[in-house]
Design a protein around this ligand. Sequence first.
Ligand code: TYM
Length: 368
Amino acid sequence: MVVGEVRVASLVPPAPVDSLTMTLTAPTTSATISPATSPATSTFPASPRIFSGIQPSGAPHVGNDLGAIRNYVALQDSYEAIYCIVDYHALTSTHDPAVLRERTREMATALLALGLDPDRCTVFVQSHRPETTELAWLFTTVTPVAWLQRTPTYKEKRQSQPEDVNHGLLTYPVLQAADIVLYKASLVPVGKDQAAHLELSREIVRAFNGRYGETFPEPKAVFTDAPVVLGTDGVRKMSKSMGNTIEIFAEPDVIRRQVMGMVTDTQRILRADPGRPEVCNVCQLHRFFGDDYAEIWEGEQTARTGCVDTKKLLVQRILDHYAEPRERYRELMADPGRVDRILEEGAERVRPIARATMDEVHAKMGLR
Ligand code: TYM
């Protein structure tokens, strides 16, 4: 276990990290973590606060849910949890205002449909609490450019959108650090692809605290037991930009097509060939949609079942698993005023925390 990461809902319970202890309940989603002992300075919240952000890339896919969102849901019961739809970040790639607005609403609706409860956590849109951009600017002054230039996502984006290497892409992780610590959050449920950003957030916090005195806690990533969900190609991480997703709220026919098109064990050529569940992404996904995955794996290993059977079963399980959220998603999409109100209230609720942090930062930096 790497310091700076916490795993919740792991199949293999990890050793406790720092002052956190975990009680794990099978199979995957629930977790209790006893609050950390009070940190040395009084400016930190008494018990750890949760923060996470998600880009408004439309409605989420199975990778978002298994890698992060189910931990958002699990952690809202044990902690003060704040979740944010990061529209400022999305502007680094999405430039159509109508599309951005629509996707922001879709993502907010999806998070609520998947179980975020505005009575138990705060959900808001990043640009509704603009203090984060001021803090990000202040953080740029403690962040060496070289740290940003070597960020893996920046290097990837330079490749994937060479015609649009905007400054926001470079500064992206600074804004992410500001998002988290504006609320003095110290636990951040994310997938493994965010590990480098989290490490950078910790470095930025250390640089700030080193220059201006202990102000922010160092945020730690909290992983699920599916920290990297592979896409339908079975090779790359599931991601909308790679076009290899299984969408949660798409029409059943779309989901069927996405699952039935999945790449399985490429060495299993004939139906009679034994399969290798450990390299077959269909078998891997079965772990999260039923308790009987060992039996399903045995069917593949002995060629009792074929890949098509296993995929058909996965389609059914995914549709069943998300049936209630799909229903809630439909209801909420038909009532956009309700979603807007929840988001507005969310941004208002966290205003005092943001203001208090900025007052402290201004004083420490000699600004006011
Ligand atoms: P984003 O929008 O790409 O993804 C949202 C969350 O889903 C997780 N995730 C996955 N987990 C496992 N397997 C996958 N295939 C997979 N795809 C996505 C991501 O790890 C993430 O947790 N930079 C962030 C947004 C952000 C943020 C923050 C996150 C902005 N500010 C502050 C945490 C804290 C991003 O683009 O996530």
